[in-house]
Design a protein around this ligand. Sequence first.
Ligand code: NZQ
Ligand code: ZN
Length: 382
Amino acid sequence: MKFSFDNATEIHFGQGQIAQIAEAIPPGAKVLLTYGGGSIKQNGVYDQVVAALSQHQWGEFSGIEANPQYDTLMAAVAMIRQEGYDYLLAVGGGSVVDGTKFLSVAAPFQGEDPWAILAEGISSQGALPLGCVLTLPATGSESNIAAVVSRGGSKLFFYDRRVRPKFAVLDPSVTLSLSPRQVANGVVDAYVHVMEQYLTYPVHAKVQDRFAEGLLLTLMEEGPKALEQPDDLTVRSNLMWAATMALNGLIGAGVPQDWTTHMIGHELTALYGVDHARSLSIMLPAVMWERREAKRAKLLQYARRVHGITDGAEDARVQGAIEATVAFFRHMGVPTSLSEAEIGPEAVEQVLANLKAHGREAMGEHGDIGLQQCRAILESAL
Ligand code: NZQ
Ligand code: ZN
């Protein structure tokens, strides 16, 4: 095992922590507050943020949509350049945080079109610092270096260490206003983040494995409770911290990773508008099934340690682990096949064409998932 690990995001966790913004942002900064479609105005988050910014010079940009769109974000880039903002404050879910990460590098970008940051992996000449107030536990974007932006039929990601938020406010009470659909989506997204870093092959990374299993168990235990007891703040607290830990670099340090489910899922969202988490709950069982030989050892470990499946032949335990995963997703109310999401067999060719166009022809922990494997996975997900 060999890795470098850092996660410099300062986390302010707990009720009332939005007030920390006042200290967390440097006093002389000119702050652009970014947010989405207005949920923060209904649940009191906006008012708390405005109160915390009382000593700062600031402006705002709203309307960053779910699966943030390049065109929307470019309007914010123009605003930043024109009005000279030098600090960004994202207030919302993963889409607002991701969109704001793009603003961070797109505003100082000196090339012709900042889309090149996503499409060609070109690094920007600069990056504006950003902080965030997370309102939807799911993506881990609040303390990682990734961002996903969409333009037409392309949903692409970039990584840049400079866009890791300087701080993240995680106040679980702000998640009480989430719809059951968004609660379920968040739990499932976090679960799949753990799976993509865990369900590969053994490398004797005991710490990463057991942290990952702990997160899976927590998500399985608390996820349904969040739907059944929507006012329970303790449940929301555990879910919020689990989602952050699921994709902040810790459990993925030095271990093989997969991400096939996400790559195929992003194409489903780009083509059919499926919610991000639902694209994953549709694809993960198919990936597990089609890759069951390559993942056999970890599937057996997952069966035993996460689902308590210890009896029977190996094949039966592997199948049991996949079925238990599907049962958990169903319990959370998300689809586990394309047909449940009302997507027909024509999706197979369409998704394959997009995967090819985006160069996703060597995915998986062994880099051996090409278009042929993807076809089998998609057919298995029908
Ligand atoms: O726009 P508003 O009005 O705020 O409403 C949002 C949005 O409609 C609403 N919402 C958020 N917090 C709320 C709330 N409603 C009521 N109360 C609250 N407290 O929820 C809706 C969905 O929000 P969104 O930000 O789109 O959801 P999520 O956090 O799931 O983010 C999804 C995006 O993150 C990307 C996905 O691809 C997708 O674009 N991802 C980013 C990753 C990363 N940066 O590391 C990794 C992930 O795998 C993922 O790909
Ligand atoms: Zn995800």
